[in-house]
Design a binder for this molecule. Structure first.
Ligand code: SF4
Length: 73
C-alpha cells in the first residue's frame, strides 16, 4: 500500500462523519473502501489503474474531482 496519513481515516466513524471526512470518494462509483488491519479506512480509486492523474489512495477529503461519478445502488 502506498497510503499516506492524508489518505487515512480512522475506523469507526459514524455514517455522517465518514462521508464528510472522505469527500467525494465516499459515494463515488470508482471508489473502493478498504479497511486495514490497523484500524484505518482508505478509499482506493479504481481510475488510478488506468490513469496516472488519479492517485491510488487519494488525499482526503476529495472536494473536486473530474472522475467523480455518483454511485447508484
Ligand atoms: S474518481 Fe475521484 S472521487 Fe472517485 S474515487 Fe477516484 S479520486 Fe475519488
Amino acid at each position: 500500500m502506498s497510503e499516506s496519513e492524508e489518505s487515512r481515516l480512522e475506523l469507526g466513524l459514524d455514517h455522517e462523519t465518514e462521508p464528510r471526512r472522505a469527500g467525494l470518494c465516499a459515494d463515488c462509483a470508482h471508489a473502493r473502501r478498504i479497511e486495514s488491519d490497523r484500524g484505518s479506512v482508505f478509499y482506493l480509486c479504481d481510475l488510478s489503474a488506468s490513469d496516472s492523474a488519479y492517485p491510488k489512495y487519494p488525499r482526503l477529503p476529495v472536494m473536486r474531482c473530474s472522475g467523480y461519478i455518483v454511485q447508484t445502488k
